[in-house]
Design a protein around this ligand. Structure first.
Ligand SMILES: [Zn+2]
Length: 288
């Protein structure tokens, strides 16, 4: 029987021109390398399953064994980096993501993941740099803009953070997290009209966004829009009835609106929910 030459390259050992009986087309490996290749994929698959079931320690072990078979595999390095991140081994995760971008400098996701790792060890400037590299490769990534904005906030660069949040919103007008971060920053900068404008936009998109409701309630309270604040606190308490801080705030609003009977009801609930809430005893004393 005549065997034809398969013009293919083994992806493990890089040798070429194997005869048909010595090359496996489905795995693109020579028969010598095929067992190694199979073992690698088995280990990768087991690692992924462990990662899915949150056995990160086990997953790291399997990915490390897989990398023993194929030390430069991007997928295995990236997955192991993610598992290390989940175990709060941020330094280890940074090492794996660094290998990925050394091997394949155009992997935007590895820069993105490494940025989060730097963020978690308080290396905010490094995080900003990596989000920037991610954005050079993937300029429409609104999450990268939004998260770079947060990293900039932590490194004290408020104005540049605002630009990133606005850019994230222009790329994705429904990015409520970016809107919220923007609103929170305007609030802390005491630019109340802009904070209110952002909060209104969030709550038009997602009327049950609790943090936005809380912040708008607080802001309306501060701007003496008591009716508005009351509405926001009502909505929050419909969604989370035992939020005693908001109950206490609503009690204060009702007190300011001279609805003393309802203020007492709120303060009494606060004391039931949180007996250590001394401020509510104090407030209830005033309302009586
Ligand atoms: Zn081979």
């Amino acid at each position: 029987m005549e065997l034809s030459i398969v013009n293919n390259r083994c992806k493990v050992c890089n040798r070429t021109n194997f005869s048909q009986d010595l090359f496996d087309i489905s795995t693109q490996t020579c028969l010598e390398c095929k067992p190694k290749e199979r073992l690698f994929f088995e280990l990768l698959e087991i690692g992924d399953k462990k990662q899915e079931s949150k056995d990160f320690y086990g997953a790291i072990d399997d990915y490390s064994k897989a990398l023993g078979q194929s030390p430069t595999n991007i997928e295995a390095l990236n997955s192991r980096g993610n598992a290390k991140f989940q175990m709060s081994d941020f330094q280890g995760a940074i090492e794996d993501f660094t290998k990925v971008v050394e091997l394949e400098p155009k992997t935007a996701s590895a820069y993105y993941n490494r940025a989060f790792s730097y963020f978690n060890i308080n290396e905010y400037r490094q995080a900003v740099q990596d989000f920037s590299k991610c954005l050079e490769l993937d300029s429409a990534n609104d999450q990268a803009y939004s998260n770079r904005g947060i990293a900039k906030l932590f490194s004290g660069d408020n104005n540049s953070a605002i630009e990133d949040f606005l850019q994230a919103i222009s790329l994705n007008p429904k990015n409520t997290i970016a809107y919220y971060n923007l609103a929170d920053l305007y609030f802390r900068m005491q630019d109340f009209p802009k904070a209110l404008e952002s909060l209104d936009k969030i709550l038009n998109i997602d009327p049950k966004f609790l943090l936005a409701l809380e912040l708008r309630g607080k802001l309306r309270h501060q701007l003496q829009d008591y009716q508005g604040a009351l509405e926001d606190y009502d909505t929050i308490l419909e969604l989370t009835p035992s939020n005693y801080e908001v109950l206490n705030n609503r009690g204060n609003i009702r007190f300011l609106m001279k609805d003393y009977a309802k203020a007492i009801i709120d303060f009494t609930k606060v004391i039931e929910l949180e007996p250590r809430a001394a401020i509510a005893y104090y407030n209830r004393g005033f309302a009586r």
